[in-house]
Design a protein around this ligand. Structure first.
Ligand code: ADP
Length: 289
């Protein structure tokens, strides 16, 4: 076996989060969005492996739910951020393949309504936190308040500047209350985004997905990347780390995300609560009934 093959050996699935975790030197300009970082380099095999996680993940989520019935407060919150067409919707469909609908709470955050703007920006986010025992998925999040808000000057700089610390403190509070954060940026290249936008325009049944505003954001790509760099480096903490998923290849994105979710749930190792009744006595009662 040539030495080259050994050196190229892919890391084990158990280290997917470690592989994708944002470090202090994170630089979107240096990212390769097409790279296959772990798992199969082949679409069919990657998608088969995603499907194969369903049984285990469903069982782990059920145990997490049972744990919450015994008073446990733990829940998993997957935060998805990314430029338009980065595949947040597709990623949610992949999670839907491995998690029971009853165990999943999806929340989408578009531009705030007038009523929401009157409140603190974290208010509407807090309303959508998943209850104990479930898996929450955020399609965009409070990070828009330091991304689009910063890029488009929707509030003065001194306002968004203080939000990084505020977000860290807020996430710490919820992490202490049992929320396990899995914050993922779906990273696509500008070239891939162009293709996806053109595909939306070309195909009549995809045109509804296209918003002329998507191009306005695209023209501010570098500003968005600067804002992402600040958000991900300043708000990647031990209690709520950020991960970057190379997302030009949809099947690889799905493989990485689903394996990160499985890995996190395994590590959470949820426990069935002990019954608060006498099992033998209850068995007798049921048999006699
Ligand atoms: P998507 O583009 O993800 O399919 P929508 O079209 O419903 O979803 O809305 C997303 C838009 O809302 C994005 O342009 C996003 O930047 C914007 N948005 C989300 N949160 C905020 C916020 N806090 N302030 C301003 N705009 C926001």
């Amino acid at each position: 076996m040539p030495r080259k093959d050994k050196a190229k050996k892919k890391p084990a699935a158990a280290s997917v989060r470690e592989l994708l975790r944002v470090g202090p030197d994170f630089d979107p300009a240096a990212m390769d969005a097409r790279r296959v970082l772990a798992g199969p380099a082949d679409k069919a095999q990657a998608l088969a492996q995603v499907g194969a996680l369903a049984g285990e993940v469903t069982a782990l989520q059920e145990r997490l739910y049972a744990e919450s019935k015994g008073g446990g407060k733990r829940r998993l919150l997957v935060v998805l951020q990314g430029m338009d067409t980065s595949g947040k919707g597709g990623a949610i469909k992949a999670l839907d393949r491995i998690v029971e609908p009853l165990g999943m709470r999806v929340a989408q955050f578009g531009a705030p309504t007038k009523a929401e703007l009157k409140k603190h920006y974290l208010w509407r986010i807090e309303q959508k936190l998943p209850p104990p025992g479930t898996i929450g998925i955020f399609d965009r999040s409070h990070y828009e308040d330091v991304l689009v808000v910063r890029v488009r000057n929707l509030v003065p700089p001194e306002e968004w500047e203080k939000r990084y610390d505020e977000i860290n403190a807020w996430e710490k509070k919820w992490s202490d209350d049992g929320v396990v954060f899995l914050k993922c940026m779906l990273f696509i290249s500008p070239a891939e985004q162009k293709e996806r936008l053109l595909a939306r325009l070309a195909e009549p049944d995809k045109r509804w997905k296209y918003r002329p505003g998507d191009v306005d954001d695209r023209l501010l790509w570098n500003d968005f990347m600067t804002a992402y760099q600040a958000a991900l480096t300043r708000c990647s903490t031990d209690y709520a780390p950020w991960y970057v998923i190379p997302s030009d290849r949809k099947w690889h994105r799905d493989w990485l995300l689903t394996h990160m979710v499985a890995e996190t749930l395994r590590e959470m190792n949820p426990q069935f609560p002990s019954p608060d009744y006498d099992v033998a006595a209850e068995t007798k009662r049921v048999m006699a009934s």
